[in-house]
Design a protein around this ligand. Structure first.
Ligand code: ADP
Length: 605
């Protein structure tokens, strides 16, 4: 785990985050200006609060005392002064209450609006990030960033950052007024500031350290939970429940300890600040009274000093409290910025054009690709496929078959060479127009937690019920769906657990059929099925792939035999290509593969 950075070092992180938030913040300028206006009014009222009492003491209760310049107030009737002061007090408190309300509402609105927009942008960004990124990143971690970290930032911006600005302004205005009243006493008060600052800094730093640790721990906990829930079948099959529970339990325990530690440090800080306030109040009381006796200060002025000291107590304490929260937020902010700064590998080129309807001619022109630099998984691949041809991609596991079909829908771009559809480099087409024309069926179909009809219609919204049924019929799953209690409206579990592999696979085929995409890509669609299901899926496939250029990764000999073109990959190199008959006649590696497959089937039989 990385060593937590102190708050000051993470300021650049805040600045970077601000640059991502700025476009959204700008849209709310009038609201922000209004909230600041309310904030300033509130600060002014807080500074003015003890003044009516000062006036009453100096001009009514102890009139004519030394050190009081009588001025125009002195010429008024005592009762008029008291009435005026009382009215002023009501006015001051009224304005303060109103401005505090508007300030809170205003900043809460801005914070919530801006961060909700940032959250949406972050979610959009994550969806654009490459599969290579997603295969490396834990989904729990991403979840914590989008939901937890942004939530925390929102909370802190509203409940700590803005009040902190208010506190700074309050303290500054009080310091200014005190200097103006009596600079000697004011200096004494200001000199006692280190009494607050030193414990605040020391304890604040410790609070920050523990807060950051706790934040990172919470994220690790979320990762553990997401990981184990996402793979519950594996967890239960391998009896890993205890292992995960132990791991989670330990993290949970540590997080609890850290939570308690933070509360303890905060309580200590509060006590210390309280004590220090007591000490500085005593000093001011002592020296202030000396000044009054010498005639250099009025009783009302001492009252203003003392009430400022009392009022300063809360902002001081807030600093420490908020700095802990800000530290948590800076850790959260860093993680959000880090995610924003991960560039999407595949983007629309500046001159990208929407693709016209594909005929379905596909060629790879000296294509090489590697997930990591210097480690190519595909090398110098060249082939051409005519529209409507069936292509079987064969080769041992790890040969690069899935990587090859990923290049077709631009899940990643070649490091060298070009992928062409209908003689156009697909990098010059918009991603959306490319991907809507390619239907992909993977080994394991993920169904979404919604109705079967909607699951079929994913990627082809606005499809009519009749079209959905027709697609299901093509995929030989219509009768099964009709047999369900709620037919096409039947809900599917989050991972489609209520359906068998074969049924899920046929729903995926129906999805592909409905999209009517000119290109169909299948990654071992029958590998995890039993014989009966495989037969049903293959039949469905025959129907759906008619007239479409089809790429299929398969180990099934009968699929391979029926293909127009076979691409034989080994260790990222296309070692042979051609028709079944042609390759057999050539007597190369493919012929040997087929022979060994036949002899294996003979032995199996
Ligand atoms: P096949 O489909 O033939 O089994 P793949 O295309 O899946 O082969 O994999 C080819 C090579 O690329 C393998 O060595 C594999 O480890 C590597 N590979 C596959 N996916 C990734 C990924 N997301 N990140 C890094 N390496 C990968």
């Amino acid at each position: 785990m990385a060593k937590p950075k102190p708050l000051r070092q993470s300021l650049p992180g805040f600045v970077a985050l601000l640059s991502y938030m700025w476009p959204y913040i700008r849209q709310h300028r009038p609201l922000i200006a209004g909230s600041f206006l309310a904030l300033f009014a509130g600060v002014l009222m807080r500074a003015l609060e003890p003044w009516p009492l000062k006036v009453v003491i100096d001009h009514v209760i102890i009139p004519g005392a030394d050190g009081v310049a009588d001025g125009w107030i002195g010429s008024l009737e005592p009762l008029t002064i008291v009435a005026g002061a009382s009215f002023a007090l009501i006015l001051i408190l009224g304005v303060r209450a109103l401005s505090s309300y508007w300030q809170k509402v205003g900043f809460a609105l801005v914070g919530n609006k801006v961060l909700s927009e940032v959250r949406a942008a972050l979610y959009r960004h994550i969806q654009c990030l490459s599969l290579a990124f997603h295969s490396k990143t834990k989904s729990g971690d991403l979840l914590v960033r989008v939901i937890g970290d942004i939530g925390l930032l929102k909370d802190v911006a509203v409940t700590a950052f803005m009040p902190l600005i208010g506190s700074v302004l309050v303290l500054a205005s009080m310091a200014g007024l005190m200097l103006w009243l009596n600079w000697k006493l004011a200096l004494l008060v200001l000199l006692s500031a280190p009494l607050y600052w030193i414990p605040t800094l020391i304890l604040g730093k410790r609070i920050q350290g523990v807060s950051r640790k706790q934040r990172k721990r919470e994220s690790a906990m979320a990762s553990t939970v997401a990981e184990s829930i996402g793979a519950m079948q594996v967890v239960q099959t391998l009896s890993l429940e205890d292992t995960f529970s132990d791991q989670f339990g330990k993290q949970n325990q540590k997080s609890l300890k850290e939570g308690v530690q933070i509360k303890r440090l905060l309580a200590r800080l509060q006590g210390t600040v309280q004590l220090m306030t007591g000490v500085s109040t005593a000093v001011v009381l002592f020296y202030g009274t000396v000044l009054i006796l010498r005639g250099a200060l009025s009783a009302g002025e001492l009252l203003v000093f003392l009430s400022y000291l009392k009022a300063a107590f809360k902002p001081m304490q807030d600093f420490a409290k908020y700095s802990g929260r800000m530290a948590k937020a800076s850790a959260a902010g860093e993680r959000v910025v880090q995610l924003f700064e991960t560039p999407p590998d595949v983007m629309d080129a500046a001159d990208a054009q929407p693709a016209p309807s594909f005929r379905g001619a596909v060629s790879f022109d000296h294509v090489s690709y590697g997930y990591e630099e210097g480690q190519p998984v595909l090398r110098d691949i060249c082939f051409s496929i005519s529209p409507g041809q069936k292509v079987a991609i064969v080769g041992p596991s790890g040969a690069g078959k899935s990587s090859l079909i990923g290049l077709l829908s631009r899940l990643y771009d070649p490091t060298d060479g070009r992928v062409l559809i209908d003689d156009r480099d697909i990098r010059h087409l918009t991603l959306k127009s490319l991907r809507t024309q390619i239907s992909v069926v993977l080994q394991d179909t993920l169904l979404f937690a919604t109705s079967i009809a909607e699951n079929i219609a994913f990627g082809a919204t606005n499809s009519s019920a009749a079209a959905i049924k027709e697609a299901a019929r093509l995929a030989s799953i219509h009768d099964f769906i009709e047999g369900l209690p709620e037919g096409y409206a039947t809900q599917v579990g989050e991972r489609g657990v209520t359906l068998s592999m074969g049924q899920r696979q046929r729903i995926a085929l129906a999805r592909a059929a409905l999209r009517r995409a000119p290109l169909l890509v299948l990654d071992e669609p029958t590998s995890s099925l039993d014989k009966d299901n495989r037969h049903a899926v293959l039949q469905a496939l025959q129907e759906i792939s008619a007239d479409r250029t089809t790429f299929m990764i398969t180990h099934n000999l009968s699929d391979i035999e029926h293909a127009d073109v076979i691409l034989h990959l080994e260790k990222g190199v296309l070692i042979e290509s051609g028709s079944h008959a042609g390759l057999l006649a050539a007597g190369g590696a493919y012929a040997q593969l087929v022979m060994s497959e036949y002899s294996r089937e003979d032995t199996d039989a």
